[in-house]
Design a protein around this ligand. Structure first.
Ligand code: ATP
Ligand code: MG
Length: 319
């Protein structure tokens, strides 16, 4: 088991909103391992940005705790600020670009807070390097307000990577990018896994989610599945006798759905679907329900698999 770099234990965020209170995140427990890329998916308004801000110490939880490398972060603003600057890289959903500063200054900001602070020359060369990596090295001296949305997004990504963060929290980092550029940027973001860093990406884009190691889904502020609830795992062991599934489909939300012969459906993340190789909607797969119907056997895979949910008719059960 890899070490958890970042964890939340039952974090909730309640926003006052006029006379009512909005619970934007509800009792979310999530653990992100060293070198792991986790995709966070969910409908608009489901709490993705709020959760990223809680985990990234940009916002304080109403209840619950955040742990960095196994240590509870706590309320000390000094400690939170130090971790924000040294541990995390953020790609904000709205890019958070400072309009009257150059692209270079925008990207440099995390280096100014780094301790020890690198020499100026080093700051500039690192900034140039990440701008080159995201394909906008030419824009270093430009004013960001003159850039296209996709270029601005890449400025935000360069800023998140410039300080070699241990965890990158990226909020819809490819929303303004075309498919090819999005793929390139994802490759760049995911390359930080090679040095044991981790990534949490909020996204609506299946192509992005598919490249993550694991997908968690949030609905109305709660993780529906794929979190760390003990019953969130099903152990799949090889078996001989298989039952035929009646259908396989891609609902378009980053999951892969196997409808079973008895009317139940198993929803699994794309990462599992990938094991099927060139799975198509037509492909038949063999699965078998054993025990109480929650534990499935998969003939070719003899390891732990994250199961998102077992759907039975209209009743949706988070496992
Ligand atoms: N500062 C705030 N004050 C009050 N309510 C807020 C605030 N920020 C977010 N909310 C509410 O919390 C809920 C979750 O918002 P959040 O931005 O986290 O969703 P999201 O999943 O990131 O959505 P999107 O996919 O549209 O980016 C929404 O109902 C939103 O209106
Ligand atoms: Mg959001």
């Amino acid at each position: 088991m890899m070490n958890a770099l970042l964890e939340s234990h039952n974090v909730s965020k309640v926003y006052p909103s006029g006379p009512i209170r909005v619970t934007a995140v509800r009792d979310v427990s999530l653990s992100i391992a060293e070198g792991e890329a986790v995709g966070l998916m969910g409908p608009s308004g489901s709490g993705k940005t709020t959760l990223l801000k809680l985990l990234g110490l940009l916002s304080r939880a109403t209840r619950g705790s955040v742990f960095v490398r196994g240590e509870e972060v706590g309320g000390s603003e000094h400690r939170r600020a130090r971790l924000r600057n040294q541990f995390f890289g953020y790609v904000h959903q709205d890019f958070a670009i400072i309009e009257n500063e150059t692209v270079e200054r925008n990207v440099l900001i995390p280096l100014e807070y780094a301790r020890p602070r690198p020499a100026w020359r080093e700051c500039r060369s690192r900034t140039q390097m990440v701008l080159d990596q995201v394909g906008i090295g030419w824009a270093r001296k430009r004013n960001p307000s003159k850039l296209s949305m996709g270029e601005r997004q890449r400025v935000a990504i360069a800023r998140a990577l410039v300080n070699n963060p241990v965890v990158v929290l990226a909020d819809e980092p490819t929303a303004a990018l075309d498919g090819v550029t999005a793929e390139e940027v994802m490759t760049l973001i995911l390359s930080i896994k090679d040095r044991g860093a981790s990534v949490l990406i909020a996204t609506h884009d299946d192509r992005v989610a598919r490249r993550c190691d694991r997908i968690v889904r949030i609905v109305d502020g709660s993780l529906v599945t794929g979190g760390d609830s003990p019953q969130g795992r099903a152990v799949l062991t090889p078996v001989g006798a298989n039952r035929r599934a009646v259908g396989v489909s891609f609902p378009g939300d980053g999951t892969f759905r196997v409808d079973l012969a008895d009317g139940c459906a198993l929803v699994v993340p794309f990462t599992w679907a990938r094991r099927l190789g060139q799975a198509t909607t037509e492909q038949q797969v063999n699965v078998r329900i054993v025990g109480d119907g929650r534990i499935l056997s998969w003939p070719e895979v003899g390891e732990d698999i994250d199961v998102l949910a077992l759907l039975e008719g209209d009743k949706k059960e988070a496992m």
